[in-house]
Design a protein around this ligand. Sequence first.
Ligand SMILES: Cc1ncc(C[n+]2csc(CCOP(=O)(O)OP(=O)(O)O)c2C)c(N)n1
Length: 796
Amino acid sequence: MASTSVKFAGGAAATLEPDDIIRDYRVAYRSRQVSLLARGEVMLGRAMFGIFGDGKEVAQVALARVFEAGDVRSGYYRDQTLMFALGLLDVRQFFAQLYAHTDLAADPASGGRGMNAHFATRMVDESGRFKDLTASAHSSADASPTGSQMPRLLGLAYASKLYRNLPELHDLTEFSHEGNEIAFGTIGNASCAEGVFWEAVNAAGVLQVPMLLSVWDDGYGISVPNELQVTKGNIGTLLQGFRRTPDAPGYELATVSGWDYPALLETYQRTARIVRTEHVPAVVHVIELTQPQGHSTSGSHERYKTKERLKWEKERDGLVRMRAWMIEQELATEAELDALEEEESNHVRDERDAAWNAYEQPIRDEATAVSALIGELAEAAGEGADAVRALQAELSKRRDPLRRDVTMAARRALYAVRGTGGSAATGVQRWLDEQKPIDRDRYHAHLHDESETSALRVPAVAPVYDDSSIEVDAYKVLNAAFDKALARDPRVIAFGEDVGKLGDVNQGFVDLQAKYGELRVGDAGIREATIVGQAIGMAMRGLRPIAEIQYLDYLLYALQVMSDDLATLRYRTRNGQMAPVIVRTRGHRLVGVWHSGSPLGMMIHALRGMYIAVPRDMTRAAGFYNTLLQSGDPGIVVEVLNAYRLKEKLPANIGEVTTPFGVVDVMREGRDVTIVTYGASCAIALEAAKLLEGAGIDVELIDAQSLLPFDLEGRIAESLKKTNRVLFLDEDVPGGSSSYMMQQVLERQGGFHWLDATPRTLTGAAHRPAYGRDGDYWSKPSVEDVYDAVVDLMKE
Ligand SMILES: Cc1ncc(C[n+]2csc(CCOP(=O)(O)OP(=O)(O)O)c2C)c(N)n1
């Protein structure tokens, strides 16, 4: 083996010892073996689906060389080699995830929840607190939608900018050493056709953040070639307009072949140095990459690649080229590399077997236990014994039983004996009961923060009014609360369209940029998806972003990011990562198709994993912000547009007021009928209740206050015990969040038992509101509509 170090063009840091290079080859080769054997596991039926990083190995060992402790990755499913090289993943863990092993010790990225090759490190400890993120490199948790790593990547990089430029953050050394960390992104060439790619790339250029993005270009997105993905068929060409010049900030750009190890090393060393020191974003376009086994286990690439292309790919296989280069450089002999490869092949095979046994043995043990239990049941059963024996035989026959096979056999055995079987049946039932909490933990736990920082555990603090409490325009209540929050905690960062200089379109942040600076209260471009993504990345690195979406109607652009990334983050990492983001927005009735939205049904269905508050006034809104700021949960607060104009009394303790989630407010007590509503509809319902007094109808009016979660105390069902009638009122479409409220009350709270009349909903029309006050009157529920609906209900 050669003993001299190898110097690459580019000089400086680009010197590697031969042992380092051999280690890189070892990791790259190991990774290839993983791809080959893992594919076999899918073909064998031991895993449902496989997608692997073959063809990208050499680029990734070179990229790993420039990572430092504290750096963070936001990438996608091709990055197994990078993860191996960084020591953030081992072979056994890779296979454990392939098998969906639910033991966190086996699959620390997701505890069996993530799909194969969805990488993540544990950034949060068991008690729900951030670990010291600067002690090692980390990977944010991958998600499947192509391009979805981009908005989060922006935020991970932006956090470094804040940690560097805000001295008040410099002592938070468990998150950053003065912003010295790079956020590394990876993306496939075809995913660069996604809108969020361009939005994030543009924003990173505007913000000048330390982001180094690698585009792994293998020419295709599954079967669709570059020519049909991006203009000119070349993402690198398109990005040239982003290149920085002496008089205009922009991007550092580089192009390098994915099989050329020395060139890759040199490119990454040079680029990372610029990104880290100058805080300039960079894209490295890695071209001529290959995909030896095709896109995934779902189909073969021979179906869409020509023979010539397949031959071309073979010739450019990075492993083959790196091996030849090492021999040519006399870094290793053929025999030495043969030996290394054999060692790695054996290692990967052994680790695969160990991962499979660790996954399968506990299930086999469960199958044995249940088989014995239902065997006893067959003996004791008064009827159905043959059916139970058939279930037992079927279970025993399964070579690789799944956990569901075991549970299904136990449940169906009980169905078959129809209440006979005595103590044997009790034994089967006991086994099922014992599994319930275990399966809950495996498959349901950690949708929200379950630790002491849960938003549901933040103590409620009611507003306090004293002699000095004056009536002010409602926005001033919010403004005072935000002022206190910014003063109290340097991690609180507010941003959005027109939030900085203007102080937002309704003045919640007015004058606060002047007081706290542009980085604490800032303007953002018009880019809803990456406003939310920016907040996700920032929150994952310890900051407390309040990200504003100017109007609720425009939340749709950010909905994908919230639904796929933010709302699933804690769940998909099984409590390994969190992003306590606050999304601030304003909505409900104003005017017309695009400024009157109240699509709460859409939100509560798409955003499980977040909390959603719909406060009817700004004091309550301020209270929800204060609650969320103390918690580890992400949430959305929807402010009521037409409540800014009203007057509210400014509480003396506005900095401390907290509004609890899942607790309703009874606005008016009454005997005859319960109206359940929230947000802007509260004022409509209150006015209707006053009119209904004249008709001798006494309304109990309940403001839900938060929809996720919804009335945890069951207060509404209590109300139904008294009134026996209920109307669910809101501005969403028919069957939207009104139906959700109905399900929560009638089914979850058991409210159905107390009803003497049909439960009703009164909602907005099925279409968006027509423009103008008249359009509003006929599109959204009016006071008169509520009056009529209640009178009608009382007739029943
Ligand atoms: C939003 C979305 N659309 C479609 C898919 C299905 N899909 C998965 S991978 C892929 C191709 C991605 O190609 P590229 O970005 O070039 O990455 P590569 O797999 O080639 O590394 C597609 C279309 C997806 N996961 N997400």
